[in-house]
Design a protein around this ligand. Structure first.
Ligand code: MOS
Length: 756
């Protein structure tokens, strides 16, 4: 009775049993994607499907005086024009309710007020996309403009500030500090640009709607849309089988989803609403501009005594989104006197939303830039400054760290990068006719485990199926599930089926915050254990089973074979034989994850991932060319489940960090409020040519407070710290300190170094 272990790593090496955890396993959904079989939201097509195209406001502030759809309604193929006057009742989602969150507080067409350029004012539905597009242009709207607030700078804000974290007397300690840095750091609006654009396909059957969505959280999407439509939640099903990423822009539903649902209900036909790339820049979130005043004071030998971070972030007039720039500040370093304050500044732009590493990523740009400036003021190596301020506990909460290895990240990175060869003087390092700059920064990101559920089924046909309403954003969730099943059950991958991305399945975790893996593991392991228990019972109580009348506690499952404990597994019986003998279609077990916030042990711990980013830039002063040439990224994120997928995550995040450091910035037209560079041609992102050589190193310290495997999850941590390490390297190469991202050629031309 031969069994196949056919989980194969990327080199084609067969991987067996528990070795599958932590190795490089190619994505099991890869072939579906590369062959075009995988269906993304906008790929769903149905008989009688019609197309919806939104009409967007051409002003940034004011109201609609008159909306005349009569010409559009008479155009060929047009079936419906929805707007404030005829959409019917839509509801808001309970604010701050963790059980359902919409991205924008107000539903579509709530009233006639305009709060930002591009806001949806109508939606045209027609037989073809071309007809709908033409008719959308024919909707005539007269506006009454009101004063608008579009100024990028937030600096003249004079209102109240919220104290986010506080200890000691920071102002007194700062005043008395021997060495100080007091600077303002600015990060611009950045727009998520996943390859797959937002889209909804809505189909009604009686009083039930199915939404094919591109969602990082189908369960939340369902709850929020049910509230917006005012229908029972069980009448809404949300399906997202594949995502072309999201970066946080797809965590919560945007107004277009309900627009498609209402249009479909009114017409009793399937409706497809697919956003244009330009709409992606105005209607579905962005990382807001942040301005952070940092004050850091230290003793002459580099011990921090005071740390103050006062940040402002842009928000809209339709919601109040706090970027949370102080996420990492209270726990990253040891400092007795600290305060973080925040305030939101409204602008007539769409509503911001989380974008990869929200809060911590811009927050660490300010914090780590200020640390680099402090190291220079102290004439101290910047790595050494971090090492000297390592805390023994989380000084923000007083909690112990579950597992913190920042020092090892710094030391490993230093060695891998060759940091000892660095000469600290500006412009002092050269290679091949170029000036080199070397910079570094520390990184951190929260570790979370959210409540989630899964089932695992031993099927009569020999397959093992796992089900959960989480989704695979493209990062490898399908494969991680399969690895866990292979580890615990041992059947080959071609007998493992992972079913995700559908609210018909048990509620799973959002694909956000780098928490999907950590949140899913306990649920899957629990489901396996429960299914196994029933399977062993069946093996021991089913007549004809070779284990009939055995003690189920003395049975084991190896390679899909049920065998007596201590006996060679090859003597066992395939589990499907037992399922069949019992005349069952399958044996299912359920598993549940308790969130870290409800777990008495985990909630007493400070749970975070850490990292160190080391960056090399090449500067050619005579032609003003700057390139990030090399990055060493050392990550402490617990145990990796899939080394390949995790490495991909960090590499992608580092490339995004190059974009954040040197390229990305959304600019609004100060007259109209329209994003000027709202296209893939005009919005600069890092491409292959901009990508450095990237060396990803994972420390392997399982964090057992998270789950049995010790996985915290990766993604966002790889972006944290990259931008400040780049600007530190830029300073080292050019002598120019850039405190407002992105670094522009105009900044670099200020360099006094003229020749390499
Ligand atoms: Mo991430 S910003 O939580 O998708």
């Amino acid at each position: 009775m031969a069994t196949t272990f056919d989980a194969v790593d990327e080199l084609g090496k067969v991987v067996t049993g528990s070795a599958i955890i932590g190795t490089s396993v190619p994505r099991i959904d890869g072939p579906l994607k590369t062959t075009g079989v995988a269906q993304y939201a906008a790929d769903f097509h149905f008989d009688r499907l019609v197309h919806a195209v939104p009409v967007q406001s051409s002003i940034a502030s004011g109201k609609i005086k008159e909306l005349d759809a009569s010409a559009a309604e008479k155009m060929p193929g047009v079936l419906l024009v929805l707007h404030h006057g005829n959409i019917g009742k839509l509801y808001r989602v309970v604010p701050n309710d963790f059980s359902a969150t919409a991205a924008e507080a107000r539903p579509a067409f709530e009233d006639e007020k305009i709060y930002y350029w591009g806001q949806y004012v109508a939606v045209v539905v027609a037989e073809t996309l071309q007809q709908a597009t033409a008719a959308a242009k024919a909707v005539r709207i007269e506006y009454e403009a009101a004063p608008q607030s579009l100024k990028p700078s937030l600096g003249d804000y004079a209102g109240k500030r919220k104290s986010v974290s506080k200890r000691g007397d920071v102002d007194k300690a700062f005043a008395a500090a021997a060495v100080k840095v007091d600077q303002n750091y600015i990060t611009p609006v950045e727009t998520h640009n996943p390859i797959e654009m937002h889209a909804t396909v809505a189909t009604w059957d009686g009083d039930k709607v199915i939404l094919y969505e591109t969602s990082q959280g189908v369960w939340n999407h369902r709850l929020a849309i049910a509230q917006i439509l005012g229908v029972p939640r069980e009448n809404v099903q949300v399906i997202t089988k594949f995502l072309g990423s999201g970066f946080g822009g797809k965590l919560f539903p945007w107004p277009h989803s309900a627009m498609a649902a209402v249009a479909s209900r009114q017409l009793q036909r399937p409706v497809k609403l697919s956003l244009s790339r330009r709409m992606m820049f105005s209607n579905v979130g962005y990382r807001p501009r942040c301005e952070q005043q940092m004050k850091i004071g230290a003793t002459a030998d580099g011990k921090l005594v005071a740390l103050r971070q006062d940040y402002l972030n842009q928000t809209s007039y339709v919601d109040d989104v706090d970027e949370g720039c102080g996420e990492a500040t209270p726990y990253l370093y040891s400092v007795p006197n600290l305060e973080v304050t925040s305030a939101l500044v409204q602008r007539n732009t769409g509503t911001p939303s989380p974008m990869r590493g929200p809060g911590a990523v811009p927050g660490l740009f300010a914090m780590e830039s200020a640390m680099d400036e402090l190291a220079i003021a102290l004439k101290m190596d910047p790595v050494e400054l971090r090492l000297r301020n390592e805390p023994v506990k989380d000084e923000g909460t007083g909690q112990q760290f579950s597992s913190r290895h920042l020092k090892e990240c710094l030391e490993t990175g230093k060695a891998k990068f060759g940091w000892d060869k660095r000469t600290p003087a500006v412009g002092s390092m050269r290679r091949d006719g170029k000036i080199l700059g070397w910079g570094m920064a520390a990184a951190s990101w929260g570790a979370y485990r959210f409540g989630s559920n899964a089932t695992v089924e031993f099927c009569a046909d020999g397959r093992v199926c796992a089900r959960s309403a989480t989704q695979d954003i493209g990062t490898g969730t399908y494969t991680v599930f399969a690895q866990i099943l292979h580890d615990k059950i041992g059947v080959p991958f071609d007998r493992i089926e992972v079913i995700l991305g559908d609210t018909a399945l048990p509620e799973g975790a959002m694909s956000g915050g780098s928490w999907a893996t950590a949140s899913s593991i306990p649920a899957v392991l629990g489901a396996i254990a429960n299914a196994k228990r029933t399977l062993m019972q069946m093996a021991a109580t089913t007549e004809g089973s070779p284990h009939w009348n055995s003690d189920p506690a003395k049975l084991e499952l190896t390679s899909g074979l049920i065998h007596g404990a201590g006996k060679p597994f090859q003597t066992g019986v395939p589990f499907e034989e037992v399922v069949k003998l019992g005349r069952l279609s399958g044996i299912t077990g359920e598993g549940k994850t308790v969130s870290t916030f409800e777990d008495p042990k985990a909630k007493e711990l400070s749970l975070h991932s850490y990292g160190a980013q080391f960056v090399e830039v090449e500067w050619e002063p005579d032609i003003a060319r700057l390139r990030v040439s090399r990055v060493v990224s050392v990550i402490d994120a617990g145990r990796m489940i899939n080394l390949k997928a995790a490495t991909n995550q960090i590499m992608g995040a580092v490339v995004m960090g190059v974009g954040m450091g040197l390229l990305e910035q959304t600019v609004y037209d100060q007259r109209s409020g329209q994003p000027i560079n709202g296209s893939m041609a005009d919005y600069l992102m890092a491409t292959c040519a901009d990508s450095p050589k990237i060396d990803v190193v994972f420390l392997d310290h399982p964090d057992l407070a998270m789950n049995e495997y010790g996985a915290r999850g990766v993604g966002e941590i790889g972006l944290a710290g990259v931008a400040p390490a780049i600007t530190a390297a830029v300073y080292h190469a050019t002598g120019v300190r850039v405190r407002e991202l992105p670094v522009r050629i105009e900044d670099l031309l200020k360099s006094e170094i003229r020749e390499a």
